[in-house]
Ligand binder design. Structure first.
Ligand code: BTN
Length: 260
């Protein structure tokens, strides 16, 4: 166990495994057994890491793969209805902040759930929610995968994904993993409890987006349309102008973007 419970607030119950198929899938199994909010599952690798829209997430040794169980309606007093996209966006801000605080590296957010370093993806975020009868969240499993070391040459992600460092020795990697998990949990929970309802993190999220003004391909099913990103709307939909002159506000549940 490399995660020292003493350095984290007591409320976290952290489980660490050398390998799992998927920390999100494992945590969802624990939810069925009544696991409390703030249960955290970490793995050093995943054999079946999952991304948005049923895509896989390459999860070799050398990454931080972490899932956090949230029960927003009991975690946050007087929570107003919020969308899963708020939790994803808040996590993106917290992860970017944590990476910068620990490594000095400035990352950018690609709407809605990816974090980029030097124009390549370094982190993906996947929030999976179950909705209760009243339309609130029964739970949210928030999964965060960060490439810490290595490169993707010779893989299908060559030129697309990157890691924070080309290489680190075993001790430095273990240390980085522990400190980054700690910093992300602190940064995320401070904002989660204070800002999820108020939406205060909106400006930080928008300022972190590197795609405003950029050309993108908007991919929906088998359809690909070229567009320019104009702005982020207050509801976290993305305002784009297609090359034919028409505009649209994109919903993150329906489309993904490829930056040109
Ligand atoms: C994406 O890129 O679309 C999201 C990737 C999310 C990956 C993380 S790694 C920890 C957690 N477990 C998973 O299977 N997926 C998430």
């Amino acid at each position: 166990m490399i995660f020292d419970k003493n350095i984290l607030p007591e409320k976290f119950n952290i489980m660490h495994f050398p390998s799992l198929p998927s920390t999100n899938t494992y945590l969802k199994e624990l939810v069925g057994n009544g696991a409390p909010s703030y249960t955290v599952v970490i793995a050093d690798s995943q054999s079946a890491g999952r991304g948005r829209m049923n895509r896989s997430f390459m999860s070799r040794d050398g990454g931080l793969y972490m899932s956090i169980l949230l029960r927003p309606s009991s975690d946050i007093d007087g929570i107003k209805a919020c969308d899963g996209v708020h939790i994803t966006a808040l996590a993106a801000v917290a992860v970017s902040e944590a990476i910068e605080a620990l490594t000095g590296k400035k990352t950018g957010i690609k709407w809605v759930n990816d974090i980029y370093l030097d124009e390549k993806k370094v982190c993906g975020i996947l929030a999976e929610a179950a909705i209760d009868k009243s339309g609130g969240f029964e739970y949210v499993v928030l999964g965060i995968g960060i490439n810490l070391v290595g490169n993707f040459d010779g893989t299908e992600l060559e030129g697309i994904a990157t890691a924070l460092y080309p290489a680190l020795d075993e001790k430095a990697l273990a240390d980085l993993k522990k400190r980054l998990a700690d910093e992300i949990l602190r940064s995320f929970f401070t904002r989660y409890e204070r800002e999820l309802t108020s939406g205060e993190f909106f400006d930080d999220y928008k300022n972190g987006l590197f795609i405003i003004g950029k050309g993108v391909d908007v991919i929906q099913g088998d359809t690909v349309k070229s567009a320019t990103v104009i702005d982020l709307n207050p509801d976290f939909t993305l305002l784009v102008r297609y090359n034919d002159g028409s505009s649209a506000s994109l919903n993150s549940g329906e489309v993904r973007l490829k930056v040109k």
